[in-house]
Design a protein around this ligand. Sequence first.
Ligand code: ZN
Length: 138
Amino acid sequence: MENKTFYNEVLIEHNQHPIHKEKLPDANLVLEGVNPSCGDDIILQLKVENDVIVDGAFEGSGCAISQASADMIIGQGKEEALHLAKLFLKMIQGKTTADELDELEEAGVLADIAHMPARVKCAVLGWHTMEEMLGKKE
Ligand code: ZN
């Protein structure tokens, strides 16, 4: 189906040409997220100044879903990023409204994961790691 093809294309594109997969030398927040059930391993690196995410990148390895999902992480303000992470987790549970889905921009294509329980941990890994990083701080 149309939608399915688009979903696959986006996953492939993010795996072959990731936008944020690199080392961020001046990151001031770094956290590793691991999903042992699939073997996904992500090291998320953020540069945060005055509650604004100035820059972000990730390194690591794992399945296509975990890598693409980490590459799609968005949000500039700390509050905004936490809000989007919450929406993403909600989407993966199949509970977002159409408006909320719009807010997630491209990451919205992963909404189908709600029907693939085995891949949920892969999809949320990067977002959950970010939530943990930003939430922990003070
Ligand atoms: Zn995985």
